[in-house]
Design a protein around this ligand. Structure first.
Ligand code: DAT
Ligand code: MG
Length: 140
């Protein structure tokens, strides 16, 4: 079993799509092991996306991610990291495969409904950003 970290981003919450997106995730075989609703500050959003600090879209990304509540979730599945990237689709929804979460629900590259970890190592770092060990309850 592998874990990945997703965030249902502020656009997902604003569009009232929390349930629809979690439904797609569960139907794809993922189990929820931790979940909460929270709101990032500019400082915490900036820290979470620190690897993108030098990119031209960083300011916009931090503004967006702190613009409203979001729903971080730890997911578990065999091959969770790679399989979840397939379920969400390409960063730019215009390039995302048909039926992926971003293709179905996202408006733009900047506001693209969900985050997905890019490696198991980063998934563990990102999970600890949002959840304490007592909040992480394995399926079995
Ligand atoms: P992903 O979320 O698919 O892993 P990423 O790690 O390259 O993509 O970038 C993180 C987020 O930053 C992405 O979900 C949305 C935003 N972003 C990336 N490239 C962007 C761009 N060219 N313009 C605006 N926002 C961008
Ligand atoms: Mg990424």
């Amino acid at each position: 079993m592998e874990r990945t970290l997703t965030i249902l981003k502020p656009d997902c919450v604003r569009k009232n799509l929390i349930g629809a997106v979690i439904d797609k995730i569960e139907r794809a075989g993922f189990r929820v092991v931790a979940m909460k609703k929270t709101r990032l500050t500019k400082a915490t959003a900036g820290e979470f996306y620190g690897v993108h600090r030098e990119r031209p879209f960083y300011g916009e990304l931090v503004e967006f991610m702190s613009s409203g509540p979001c729903v971080p979730i730890i997911l578990e599945k065999d091959n969770a990291v790679a399989d979840f990237r397939k379920v969400i689709g390409a960063t730019d929804p215009a390039e995302a495969d048909a039926g992926t979460i971003r293709q179905l629900y996202a408006d733009s590259k900047g506001e693209n409904i969900v985050h997905g970890s890019d490696s198991a190592e980063n998934a563990a770092i990102e999970a600890s950003f949002f959840f304490s060990s007592e909040e992480v309850v394995s399926v079995n």
